[in-house]
Design a protein around this ligand. Structure first.
Ligand SMILES: [Zn+2]
Length: 273
């Protein structure tokens, strides 16, 4: 789909949300450079990484106009114009919706894995009744991820400036870890300067423990299990997941406990726990 097609398409599916009904995100500082932007809907988390030469976002919020990321940047006295790159873990609406809008504002480079390309760009979006139904749902707030899962695409097309793959080092600081299973083309990123893992939806953090993403949201159980194991063998200062709260200084026994559980897993849990 070309750019004019995508603009036409997003016009056809106007949001029915009202900003006044959407609560502002919760912003918390995780490390020296990393801030978590958490939306109450789905407790979804995207991240702002503040570097000397610009700002990097890891995922881009749940709003198609990136309002949650804009609010987060304002809260730390930074502006969307300073965003130089957006690293996307996967195309789901609660992670990738704001990317097109921030790119329009700042010209930020967009990074994601090629396996998700047709969904990010909306080329693979569901059509017919399914697409029509999706277009009736708001593209912000509670219904946004439902709309995305129904339509199999974010509300606004976004296209990578660079595809990432296993082992790539982006901007000299972010190492790519391929972690499919929750979704094809899902990747995680390790911010090496502060040893922070951005795990997206490769795993869940439930209170102070590692948990599973829901069975209903897991595309490939075998791959998801391998991806979780990969994440849990890393020694990192913080695990920043795509939902709930980051886990700071994860204890070795907690990681080991989950690795054991995964090694003996017979049935993927219906809800994350
Ligand atoms: Zn997801």
């Amino acid at each position: 789909m070309n750019e004019s097609d995508s603009q036409q398409d997003s016009t056809d599916t106007q949001p029915r949300s009202h900003r006044s009904k959407i609560s502002k995100p919760l912003i918390s500082r995780i490390t020296e450079s990393v801030y978590c932007v958490q939306r109450r809907d789905y407790m979804s988390c995207s991240y702002i990484v503040v570097r000397e030469n610009g700002i990097v976002l890891v995922d881009s919020g749940i709003d198609s106009n990136a309002q949650d990321m804009r609010d987060g940047l304002a809260e730390i006295n930074r502006s969307p114009e300073e965003v130089k790159a957006i690293l996307l873990t996967h195309w789901h609406n609660d992670h990738a919706s704001g990317a097109a809008s921030i790119r329009e504002t700042s010209g930020a480079e967009i990074y994601y894995h090629e396996d998700g390309h047709a969904k990010y760009t909306r080329e693979a979006r569901a059509r017919g009744i399914r697409g029509w139904l999706a277009g009736r749902l708001p593209d912000a707030g509670f219904w946004a991820p439902v709309r995305g899962l129904l339509e199999l695409a974010p509300p606004r097309a976004v296209s990578a400036t660079t595809f990432v793959s296993e082992g790539d080092l982006i901007l000299d600081e972010f190492r790519v870890l391929e972690t499919p299973g929750h979704e094809d083309g899902h990747v995680s990123y390790i911010f090496e300067a502060e040893n922070v893992l951005f795990a997206g939806d490769a795993l869940a953090v439930v209170h102070d423990h590692i948990g599973f993403m829901s069975r209903f949201l897991t595309h490939d159980f075998k791959a998801a299990r391998e991806s979780m194991l990969r994440c849990l063998t890393l020694e990192v200062a913080a695990i920043c997941p795509g939902h709930r709260y980051p886990l700071l200084d994860p204890k070795a026994e907690i990681l080991e406990q989950m690795r054991d559980r995964l090694e003996n897993l017979r049935w993927w849990p219906i809800i994350g726990c």
